[in-house]
Write a protein that binds this ligand. Structure first.
Ligand SMILES: Nc1ncnc2c1ncn2[C@@H]1O[C@H](COP(=O)(O)OP(=O)(O)OP(=O)(O)O)[C@@H](O)[C@H]1O
Length: 574
């Protein structure tokens, strides 16, 4: 939920009704003036959650469009109640939320296709068509258009009156590819003002809900009459050299909120688990504020030496305590005209909390051992992984300081709730780590991406970054396989763990046996390269030579990072 200057989480019940409004008895009680007293109702049933507007003054919108009737909500939808925004998030992955029968069947089909694609390393894409207006009739025309050319495994159906989903097995999602290009052209010919979004498995997601959410986001980002790939929906923010990737709809909304907050002078409290990117969020506030030319001083309150917390924060005069050999400005003074980031603010001792509160209120500090007050001109952004409200109740955190710091509170979701960002961040971190080591870029195998996507990531983005730095340094070959990952991430596919077995005849490294999956992949790669050699780099003939469908062949070549060398005759005849 994003209301005014703050964000927080609201959990829908497993079943039942949620009244949204400004009235005290509302279940989802909002304070913003733009929200009507009885604004909307969310009905949660076995089939999913639906929102109904209750004749509100400023309306209820889903993805920018006013809702009519009971509108089915999907993971990734952006809901607006007046000026209050909410991003819908399915409770867990893979999400088994029930849809209407039509949508439910389609999603079940997609889940099966995702499973198949991941299990057999086959390409799979989804395409979402977003119509400018919901269709009240005439759906048959679109469906006829697509089914006329559809392959037997292809499926399509409506997610709602304005969004059509096509499931395209054996399509890797490359622009201009057979299958995808035809669909895009046919759809745009019929609906010149529609927007299209595509997403591919496993590069853009490893579960059905993520793929659909990502493709819908891409469609929303596309211009009318154009198609956009999922990668286009990701934004890479360059915050004075800090690269921050934002792709999840909730994260996009949160960064938009941070940008708005940056323009004010309000203190901001960033909450979230360890490693979710709280410091990046704090830096974004600084970077976008009028203080960006000033310093950004990050203080880890948990790491301040006991007994020296106050002198570190507020400075000290010479002789104020044993060891104080000279007068020294504290961290708050050094943040003059800039921003101080108080990380792990919940760890501050109560005495320092009292002094900090006073400093923020009077905008002056007193160094330890001094009586003079010195003016400070800074903005405070604080962060915590703790529930500060609970800390207040437990008497460990001052309520008045909590109110002061938490005027605007931003809750960053953990990485496991941002499935869209896992593969993107993994690839970005891996590419950067390989570049730093001066080595050729490594490729993440599809079952590795799947393992990464299924992990709960208790250490969040930091853990993912560390892991990618580790594999960049440790993996000898070109491909990162699941067995390169920590044991916790291996063998979760439900498939049998590959038994140790004799190496297949042509596999390399007979002395150090590799897991079967990797041996097979190396055999496949070798056979593909041999076929390419034998066929002078002509992919269609090479694919036919080893009995592999051409789309799979070129998809795998790309996945393996293999480029057909120029100079060969007719390298890409398709
Ligand atoms: N969206 C992102 N894009 C790129 N890098 C990110 C992103 N989010 C986090 N990181 C990186 O992950 C690491 C951890 O992020 P950060 O230090 O901001 O987390 P934190 O929540 O402040 O952690 P802690 O709770 O331990 O203080 C950093 O290296 C950061 O640059």
């Amino acid at each position: 939920m994003m209301e005014g200057d703050s964000s927080w989480r609201f959990s829908l019940p497993a079943e039942g009704t949620v009244l949204v409004g400004r009235d005290e008895p509302a279940d989802l009680h909002l304070k913003d003036e733009s929200v009507s007293r009885r604004h909307a109702r969310i009905l949660v049933t076995e089939e999913g959650a639906r929102v109904v507007d209750l004749g509100s003054h400023n309306g209820t919108l889903v993805n920018g469009r006013p809702v009519e009737g009971a509108h089915l909500l999907l993971s990734g939808d952006v809901l607006s109640f007046g000026a209050v925004l909410a991003v819908v998030r399915a409770r867990s992955r893979p999400v088994a939320a029930r849809r209407t029968l039509e949508t439910e069947r389609l999603m079940a089909h997609l889940r099966e296709e995702v499973d198949r694609a991941l299990r057999y390393s086959r390409p799979l894409s989804v395409l979402v068509l977003a119509l400018p207006e919901p269709l009240t009739g005439g759906r048959d025309a679109v469906e006829a258009l697509l089914t006329a050319e559809a392959g037997p495994a292809e499926a399509l159906g409506w997610l709602d009156a304005a969004h059509l989903l096509c499931v395209l097995p054996e399509v890797s999602g490359e622009s201009g590819e057979d299958g995808l290009g035809e669909r895009v052209e046919a759809l745009l010919a019929a609906y010149p003002r529609a927007r299209l979004g595509t997403a591919a498995c496993p590069t853009d997601g490893c579960d059905a809900d993520t793929l659909v959410a990502v493709a819908r986001t891409a469609a929303q980002a596309a211009k009318p009459g154009r198609a956009a790939a999922a990668a286009d929906g990701a934004t890479r923010l360059d915050l004075a050299g800090r690269m921050v990737l934002v792709a999840d709809p909730a994260m996009s909304q949160l960064y938009a909120l941070l940008r708005r907050l940056a323009a004010s002078e309000l203190p901001v409290l960033v909450c979230g688990e360890t490693g979710v990117g709280k410091e990046n969020a704090a830096f974004a506030v600084h970077h976008w504020s009028r203080r960006s030319a000033g310093p950004f001083i990050a203080v880890n309150c948990a790491a301040l030496p006991e007994g020296l917390v106050e002198s570190e924060l507020f400075g000290n005069e010479k002789g104020a305590f044993t060891g104080a050999t000279s007068s020294r400005a504290g961290l708050l003074e050094s943040a003059q005209s800039g921003t101080v980031f108080l990380d792990e603010v919940g760890e501050l001792p109560l005495s320092a909390q009292a002094k900090l509160l006073r400093a923020l209120e009077v905008r002056r500090i007193t160094r330890v051992g001094d009586t003079r007050e010195r003016p400070i001109d800074l903005r405070v952004v604080a962060a915590t992984h703790r529930d500060l409200e609970a800390e207040v109740v437990a008497g460990r955190f001052r309520q008045d300081l909590y109110f002061r710091l938490g005027a605007a509170t931003v809750l960053l979701p953990p990485l496991r709730e941002r499935p869209r960002e896992v593969p993107l961040l993994a690839r970005d971190f891996l590419a950067r780590a390989c570049q730093a080591l001066g080595r050729k870029e490594l490729v993440l195998a599809s079952d590795t991406l799947q393992a990464l996507s299924r992990d709960p990531w208790p250490g969040n983005v930091r853990e993912l970054r560390n892991l990618m730095e580790f594999v960049a340094a440790a993996v000898a070959g070109d491909v990162v396989d699941p067995h390169h990952l920590p044991p916790r991430m291996q063998g979760r596919k439900g498939a049998a763990v590959p038994p140790r077995t004799d190496p297949v005849p042509e596999a390399s490294a007979p002395d150090s046996r590799l897991p079967l999956a990797q041996e097979l992949r190396e055999l496949e790669r070798r056979r593909m390269m041999e076929a390419l050699d034998a066929e002078d780099g002509v992919q269609t003939r090479a694919a036919a030579r080893i009995g592999m469908p051409i789309r799979t062949f070129s998809f795998k070549l790309k996945q393996l990072g293999v480029q057909v060398r120029p100079g060969r005759r007719g390298p890409t005849p398709e």
